[in-house]
Every structure is written in C-alpha cells, then in structure tokens.
Design a protein around this ligand. Structure first.
Ligand SMILES: Cc1cc2nc3c(=O)[nH]c(=O)nc-3n(C[C@H](O)[C@H](O)[C@H](O)COP(=O)(O)OP(=O)(O)OC[C@H]3O[C@@H](n4cnc5c(N)ncnc54)[C@H](O)[C@@H]3O)c2cc1C
Length: 441
C-alpha cells in the first residue's frame, strides 16, 4: 500500500514497529503464490488473491523476485477425498481458475514417484507457484522509498488521537500527524482499530509450524504436493522452496500469545507423523531448520477492509493465510476506496522504474555462478556462507541498499547467509564481523 500510494501525489509514511520491514508474519510463511483456486468464491479474499496472483507475478518479472512455476498437485488418500476432487474443480472455476485437471493414481505417482503408498487420485493445479517472500517484501518497500515514501522503522503506534484535520499517532519513536491513516498492522490490527473506537475485529494468532529439509531432498519434490482440504483446514503440504530445499507444514493451531513464533515439540511431532505418511523417503533426509509463523486469523470468514471517510481511516485486517499473494491487489483495492472517498490518487507520470532486486533464488544465476560479474568485482567470488553460496559482495550490497538490514536476521533475509545446513557453524564468525562493519557504516 505504501508503494501504491507513493506513486500518487500523496505524501506517504510507512510506520513500522520493528527494526525491519517484512519482519512480521510476512517473513515466515509457506511462500506460495496462490492462484486462489480453493478460496471461497464471492469473497473479497477470493477476488484479491486471484488479482494479486497476476499483479505479483508481473511485478516479480520486472523486479527479479524469484518465482518458480512448479505447479501443485492435490493428492487424495481416501475415497472421501477422491469424491471431493470434482467439487474442488467446480470451486476453482467459481474462483475464475479453469486449469485444474483430475489425475489417476498412476499419473500421481508418475509426477511424484517418492509419494508414500496409498494415493488414489489427484488434482493438478498448474498455476500454483513458489516465490521468495523475503524479496517480495523488500522489493515493495524499496520501491515505496524510491517513489518518495518515508520509512520509519522501530516506531510502534501505541495510541491515536483523532483531530478535525489530522490524526495524531503516538509512537515509540515520537508523535506523527497524518491526514489519513491506513491500519495494516497484521497481528496488531484489532488493537489499533480499537484506538479508532471500533470493536469489530478480534485477531487470533494461528500458528503454522514447518520443517525444512536439506537440499539433497529437492529432486524428490518437483511440484507442490497439497492435501485435499477438509472442514479441518487445508492440511499439510510438501513443497519445494525457492532456495532449493523442501518444506513440510504448516500446522494450524489457535493461540493467544501474538509473539509465540517458536516451534513446539507437539507441532513438530505432528508434522513428522503426517509427513512420513505422505513421503516416507523424505524422512531419510536431514531436517536443517524448523520455523513458525502466525497467521492473523480473525472472527470473520473474510478479509476485513473498510474505509471510514469521516475519521479518514482505513482498516485492512484479517489478512490471514493468503496475504503474500494478495498484497498488491489489496493495495489496488484500498487505492480505489480512497479514490471513491474523494482522495486524489491519480498516478504520477514521473515514477522511477521498479527496483531490480538481487537474486537469492535457485532459479536464476546467483553471483557466485556469474564469471563476468566475479571478474568485474572479485567480492562476488569470495564466499562467506558455503552452504548457501553467499558472497562478500552480496553482503556489502545489502548494507549499501536503500533499506539496509538492522541485524543478522535481516541480513539473512536479504542474502540467505547462515540459512544453510551448518546453521552458521562455518560462517558465523565471518558473518558477525561483516555485520558489525555494515551496521557501523
Ligand atoms: C504459516 C503461514 C503460511 C502462510 N503461507 C502463505 C502462502 O503460502 N501464500 C500467501 O500468499 N500467504 C501465506 N501466508 C499469509 C501471509 O504470510 C500473510 O497474509 C501476510 O504476510 C500478511 O501481511 P501483513 O502485511 O498483513 O502482516 P505482517 O507481515 O505481520 O505486517 C504487519 C506489520 O505491522 C507491524 N505492526 C503491528 N502493530 C504495529 C503497531 N502498533 N505500530 C506499528 N507497526 C505495527 C508489524 O511489526 C508488521 O511488520 C501464510 C502465513 C503463515 C503464518
């Protein structure tokens, strides 16, 4: 939204509580670019996911956000699940997605031979893709800043005082005044909404835990393997990742603690049991990481996007398990709502080109593979992280970028450093040194 609105004549400030952009739910998801085939037709979410799929797909091409068009396959393991597949095709059509195809058991095993025994049929969804969520967040924020938005990090909005002309935001970094406020606070959206006098939304942090397998497992999973959704949720998936790994997850557990992003023994046990049944051979490979994210689920069955013209306030809440895909479409929709409310949101004709992001995906050429680049600048040939093949040049570039990292985790999201199987055993000291130098710059 900051990027979209910074493309108009409005003056935009992006106020972020944490020390980095994309450090909330957006950093820890399953990173699928969803077609929206299984959304509930007619909902705002269904419409915005389908639109966001196209918008983000195009934007990824312009900016170099890594995307792999792997496709997905739902696998039915019971007769009940086989019977549900035709209904899912109809649902997909209701969401405007017409490319699904029923698959026989033989075809299911031809596509993913490593699946465990007992698969009875499948449904292919060729448009489902994997994407780099970290680069997506960073590209959009970098673009917003290039278009003139001011980014204020480390500023948590704690209270709001409405005024006739301006709303005053009281933040941990001081006061700010805004003519319009857009509340896109994710897990904190209901608390901020209450500051505007509303009580229409209660956010429930819904934890999703995931297992990440070593890169040696990647050839076993050429497509995203999805469960047939049921009343109990979407189920556990097995997916390739954009960094060349395989992941299994996520769990789905309602919590009360909005900071509980740690994994649990119960969650990981569940994933091991489920995952082993889906793909036993995968569990002969090594798990190199686990992580968890919190979906901002709410007491509504849809996104809650609403503009209050009198208060000059927009709520964008309950963006639960599809917001990576829908984000650009949410921005487009909010821009339309502002236009209807009389705000001038005509796009400027002097916009800078979108940023070209460093490639941290396995799909394109990485700097360590690029002889010409290394010849021009040997720092791209000096590796720091051997597991993920991250060079000194990339770390230097991250600190020279318009939104430099504030800490090790931010550096990891920009470069993949310390993201590999050795967990930083080999590169930890060197990375810490480069981090200290970079932060001190
Ligand atoms: C396990 C899991 C799997 C998922 N898989 C997918 C997927 O495959 N595909 C997909 O499209 N989506 C997926 N999602 C959903 C997607 O990640 C989210 O919908 C999306 O990240 C939400 O983005 P957001 O900007 O609304 O929230 P956030 O990324 O949480 O951003 C909100 C920001 O607001 C800040 N903030 C909060 N309160 C305040 C305050 N008071 N003052 C200032 N700043 C504040 C936070 O620090 C945060 O940075 C998944 C989510 C999870 C948890």
């Amino acid at each position: 939204m900051a990027r979209a609105l910074a493309g108009t004549r409005l003056s935009v400030t992006l106020v972020e509580a944490r020390d980095d952009v994309g450090d909330g739910t957006s950093k820890a998801n399953t990173a699928l670019l969803h077609t929206g085939f299984d959304a509930t037709p007619g909902t705002v979410e269904s419409r915005l996911v389908a639109r966001g799929y196209d918008l983000l797909g195009d934007y990824a091409e312009q900016t170099g956000i890594p995307v792999e068009r792997t496709g997905a396959m739902l696998v039915a393991w019971t007769t009940e699940e086989v019977d549900a597949l035709p209904g899912l095709m109809v649902k997909a059509e209701g969401n405007g997605y017409r490319d699904t195809e029923l698959l026989s058991a033989d075809e299911v095993y031809r596509r993913v031979p490593a699946l465990g025994p007992g698969a009875m049929a499948g449904l292919s969804v060729p448009g489902e893709s994997i994407i780099c969520t970290w680069t997506t967040n960073l590209a959009l924020a970098t673009d917003a800043v290039a278009r003139g938005a001011t980014l204020v990090r480390g500023a948590r909005v704690t209270a709001v005082t409405p005024g006739a002309e301006y709303t005053t935001l009281h933040t941990s970094a001081g006061e700010m005044r805004a003519r319009w406020v857009i509340n896109a606070a994710g897990l904190g959206a209901d608390h901020l909404d209450a500051q505007f006098g509303y009580g229409r939304l209660t956010v429930t942090p819904r934890r999703g835990e995931l297992l990440v397998f070593d890169k040696l497992a990647r050839p076993m999973v050429p497509v995203i393997v999805l469960a047939v959704p049921s009343s109990r949720g979407k189920g556990v998936l097995v997916s390739p990742t954009i960094y060349g790994n395989v992941m299994v997850g996520p769990t789905s557990e309602n919590l009360t603690d909005r900071t509980a992003t740690g994994t649990s023994e119960k969650g990981l046990d569940f994933l091991v049991t489920k995952g082993r049944a889906l793909m036993p051979a995968l569990f002969d490979e090594e798990v190199t990481a686990t992580y968890a994210g919190l979906r901002a689920a709410s007491n509504h069955d849809d996104y809650v996007i609403d503009l209050d013209a009198a208060a000059r306030y927009v709520l964008v809440g309950g963006i639960r398990s599809t917001g990576l895909t829908s984000g650009m479409a949410v921005a487009e929709y909010v821009t339309e709502l502002l236009s209807e409310a009389g705000v001038d949101v005509a796009e400027r004709d002097d916009l800078p080109p979108p940023p070209r992001m460093p490639n941290i995906g396995e799909i394109g050429v990485r700097p360590y593979q690029d002889e010409q680049r290394i010849t021009a600048d040997p720092d791209y040939g000096r590796l720091v992280c051997f597991c993920e093949r991250v060079s000194v040049g990339e770390i230097r570039d991250a600190f020279d970028s318009p939104i430099p990292p504030a800490d090790l985790d931010g550096l990891r999201r920009r470069t993949r450093v310390m993201n590999g199987r050795c967990q930083g055993f080999y590169c930890g000291a060197h990375t810490a040194e480069l981090l200290a130098e970079g932060v001190a710059r």
